[in-house]
Every structure is written in C-alpha cells, then in structure tokens.
Write a protein that binds this ligand. Structure first.
Ligand code: HEC
Length: 189
C-alpha cells in the first residue's frame, strides 16, 4: 500500500472507531476520585470522550443547555449521571443513572439504568431529576425545580472531601460538624 492509500485507510479506520460513550465503555474504571474531575460550583464533571470544554460550558451556562455525549456529572462519590450516545434513551435525555460503591480500592457499579435506578435511600434518580425545568437537561442544582435532597451544601462538601478513592484531605471543624450531623440524620432514618 502506498503512503497515500495508507493514509486513506487509517482515516477510514478512525472514522469507523469514532469514540462513543457505549455501554461497554462505561465500566467501573470510568469513575474516579471526585477531586480528579473538574469542579463546577459545588459539583464535578468529566467527559469520557475528552469533550470537557463543552461539558463545563453547558454546566456554567446561565441559560442551561444540553450536555454533550460522554459527560459525567457527580455531586457525591456514590451517584453519577453519564450522557450516553444520542437517541439511546430519549425519555431521560440519554442520561444513564449510576449508583456506585466506592472504597479505597476504587469504584464498583452497583446499579445502572434509566428510569429504574434508586439510590441507597430508596429514592428514584429519574423521578427527582425529571422535575428540573427543561432547559437544565435533568440537572437539579438547588434552583432548577427539583424536590430538595435532605443534605445541606455543607454536608455535601464534607462528603466530597471524604471520597475514599482520593488522597486524604484535611477536614475543617465545620466539615467534621457536618459529617456528625449527617451521621445523626442517617441514624434517625
Ligand atoms: C429526592 C430527589 C433525588 C433523588 C432520589 C436523587 N437525586 Fe440527584 N439530586 C437531587 C437534587 C435536588 C440535587 C441538587 C442538590 C444541590 O445542588 O444542593 C441533586 C444532584 C445530583 C447531581 C449533581 C448535578 C445536579 O443535578 O445538580 C447528580 C449527578 C445526581 N444528583 C445524580 C443522582 C443519581 C445518579 C441518583 C440515583 C442513584 C440521584 N441523583 C437521586 C435530587 C435527587
């Protein structure tokens, strides 16, 4: 094969293998320490196809917008949303929901799916997130129209800082008080 046809061949091959956020590609290894992701306000984003720029732009857009394929969004280590390939599940705007088990050894996917995934507290991810006004692409934040979660922003910060997959970070007295309040709330059920 001459140089020229070699080039055409490799272009064709790369087109055939254009990356997609396929089910096979979203695995335990997809997820990582929250601090290694990109922080946007109080949550974290990633993009499995490398499109972090557009992901951050949508997350920061005051008018909202649709997250690009491959986007990963997390508030706490154990829950994630991943934007799958276009048309994969129109009802959830192509978001797949994940309930994760995290430990110092890494991440294991506990549950994944679309409208059926529930978190540790029995709450259905989609049922809450679908309440977000349409321009927010199922992202709740604290003012997009979803019913609130029983976690204060202070508790969320403390949970993020104690992600067992990350290098330990120093907790402030406020973080420690928030973790205590969280434990008390969980124990009270
Ligand atoms: C009771 C309703 C409820 C349930 C159930 C719920 N969420 Fe959320 N989620 C929220 C709210 C409200 C926020 C925003 C909290 C804040 O910003 O203070 C949020 C935040 C998030 C975020 C950060 C981006 C955003 O939307 O603000 C992700 C990612 C997320 N949740 C994923 C999940 C996943 C995955 C599940 C299921 C395993 C789940 N959630 C279950 C209400 C819920």
């Amino acid at each position: 094969m001459g140089n020229r046809s070699g080039l055409i061949f490799s272009l064709l091959m790369s087109a055939a293998f254009l990356p997609h956020a396929n089910a096979e590609e979203v695995s335990d290894a997809t997820f990582r320490c929250l601090n290694d992701m990109t922080a946007v306000r109080h949550f974290y984003v990633d993009n499995l196809l490398g499109n972090i720029e557009e992901t951050v732009a949508v997350a920061n857009n005051p008018k909202g917008g649709r997250y690009p394929e491959g986007a990963v969004v997390q508030l706490v280590p154990s829950e994630a949303m991943v934007k799958r390939e276009p048309g994969f599940n129109p009802a959830t705007n192509d978001w797949e929901f994940f309930e994760l088990a995290v430990s110092p050894e890494g991440t294991a996917i506990d549950k994944r799916g679309f409208a059926e995934v529930v978190n540790k507290f029995g709450g259905n991810c989609f049922a809450c997130h679908v309440q977000a006004e349409p321009q927010w692409d199922l992202i709740c934040d604290n003012n997009h129209g979803c019913a609130p979660i029983p976690l204060t922003r202070g508790m969320i910060t403390a949970i993020q800082k104690t992600d067992p997959r990350c290098e330990p970070v120093e907790l402030t007295d406020e973080d420690k008080a928030n973790l205590k309040a969280l434990q008390a709330a969980l124990a009270a059920g």
